[in-house]
Design a protein around this ligand. Structure first.
Ligand code: ADP
Ligand code: MG
Length: 251
């Protein structure tokens, strides 16, 4: 089954002389249970694709199907957010500074209309590898990696099928990036989740994703398997450049 399908997606900001065409003619398919990567340099339109899906980029045309249901406009109902959740790059910005972990998770579970809140909070904390001793802490009492684990727990609170991950480890110390990426991989396998994951870091995408799309200047220039990437045989000239740059960044 196709979890997420995008056809001929155009996304723009502003109008007339100020118009920025951030995404042009983008198409991709993510199968259920698959991890799909979007890679490309800063400003190439990766986040904009995720934002159009979640309704944060209101001006778009084309087709976005979620589990076979077409989206329109930028309004997303409660059932949408039970199906899809997004995890942002910066866990510092995405958590309310005066809410404890317990409040963040309890309120989210309540908003999703679920019961057994206490038990669910405890379960989520275990699932993201934090455990109960972090439950009544505030964000400033957590490390960056721990905060991102809370953000992941919050995304999972409504038991979604699909996660949109926008550079989920880019703001973290290199030493904890791998831990969080491994957690995401484990969660995907345990819960049968589907990921659409954005990164400017090609090795991260190659490690996490079975398939990936390379973006440049708002367009998808190539879709390939990670296998193709690993064996160094992308077709498109730009993909080759990106690969060379990531293998030898300082040469
Ligand atoms: P990436 O995530 O690949 O770094 P983005 O999707 O954030 O790139 O941005 C793609 C393009 O759209 C960039 O040129 C960026 O400046 C522009 N853009 C993104 N958000 C907005 C916005 N809210 N208003 C105007 N332009 C925007
Ligand atoms: Mg981005």
């Amino acid at each position: 089954m196709i979890a997420l399908e995008i056809r001929d997606l155009n996304v723009w900001f502003g109008h007339a002389h100020d118009r920025v065409d951030a995404v042009r003619g983008a198409s991709l398919e993510v199968m259920q249970g698959e991890s799909f990567g979007l890679v490309g340099e800063s400003g190439s339109g990766k986040s904009t694709i995720l934002r159009a899906i979640t309704g944060l980029a209101p001006h778009w045309s084309g087709t976005i199907n979620v589990e076979g249901q077409p989206l329109s406009g930028s309004r997303r109902d409660r059932s949408f957010f039970r199906t899809i959740q997004m995890v942002f790059q910066d866990p510092y910005a995405s958590l309310h500074p005066r809410h404890t972990v317990d409040q963040v998770l309890s309120e989210t579970i309540h908003l999703h209309g679920l019961d057994n809140i206490d038990k669910r909070v405890a379960g989520l904390l275990d699932d993201v590898g934090l455990g109960q001793r972090f439950r009544f802490r505030f964000p400033h009492q957590l490390s960056g990696g721990q905060r991102q684990r809370v953000a992941i727990a919050r995304a999972l609170a409504g038991e979604p099928d699909i996660l949109l991950l926008d550079e989920p480890t880019s703001a973290l110390d290199v030493s904890v990036q791998a831990e969080v990426l491994n957690l995401l991989t484990d969660l995907r396998k345990q819960r049968g989740l589907t990921y659409l994951m954005v990164s400017h870091d090609l090795p991260v995408i190659a490690h996490m994703c079975k398939k990936l799309a390379v973006m440049r200047n708002g367009e998808i220039v190539e879709v390939m398997s990670s296998e193709t990437l690993r064996t160094g045989r992308p077709n498109h000239e730009y993909s080759k450049q990106l690969l060379t740059a990531s293998v030898a960044p300082h040469q």
